[in-house]
Design a protein around this ligand. Structure first.
Ligand code: GLN
Length: 190
């Protein structure tokens, strides 16, 4: 198993640190050819407009669409979840390049500005009974999911914050900024 972290922008370092703590030596994916050696890829949080533009400029879109969910398991955290979504809300039509791979509808900046960032313990039953620390930083919200998408976690008000479609995973929060490695371990088993 070779795990890549898309290293164009965002909190790349934090994902790499967490993977190292688990005992995995991740590959920093900066160019499409780096994908050749990975069978799992994390798209970190950051600025989805910037990452999306760089994905387009560096010609990542076609190779990712060809492999993601098949021989490439993929996980998007926060901005990464926005980039995986098939449908985006709260952005100008055509204004944001995105991979459009996972059957979820995502609203950017759903909770407001940076100041409206928050932390909350989350129930994520696939990870066991202990709540997961949920760190939400200018987070998006998963507004709806398609019929083959499994909801993995919700906020108390019902908002979906983690979803899975086969070998594609989306979380609107940042497990890599906590000491809890259970979502990373879950992804490594997809
Ligand atoms: N608000 C950012 C965006 O729209 C995502 C924030 C994050 O990844 N923490 O891209």
């Amino acid at each position: 198993m070779n795990v890549g972290v898309l290293a164009l922008q965002g909190d790349v370092r934090e994902h790499i640190e967490m993977l190292r703590q688990i005992g995995v030596r991740p590959v920093e994916v900066r160019l499409p050819r780096h994908l050749d050696v990975v069978d799992r890829l994390i798209i970190p949080g950051g600025e989805s407009t910037v990452i999306g533009r760089l994905l387009t400029i560096y010609n990542f879109v076609a190779p990712l669409r060809a492999r993601a969910g098949r021989d490439l398991a993929i996980w998007g955290t926060c901005a990464g979840a926005i980039l995986l979504a098939r449908t985006l809300m709260g952005t100008k039509q055509g204004g944001q390049p995105s991979l459009e791979m996972m059957d979820i509808t995502v609203r950017r900046n759903a909770y407001g500005s940076q100041l409206d960032s928050f932390e909350l313990p989350l129930d994520m039953p696939v990870l066991g009974e202990t709540p997961l620390p949920g760190v939400f930083i200018r987070a998006p919200q998963i507004e709806s999911v398609g019929p083959t998408v499994q909801v993995l976690a919700r906020l108390p008000d019902g908002a979906v914050v983690a979803a899975q479609q086969g070998r594609m995973l989306a979380t609107t929060f940042h497990p890599e900024l906590t000491g809890d490695d259970r979502v990373h371990r879950y992804f490594l088993e997809l």
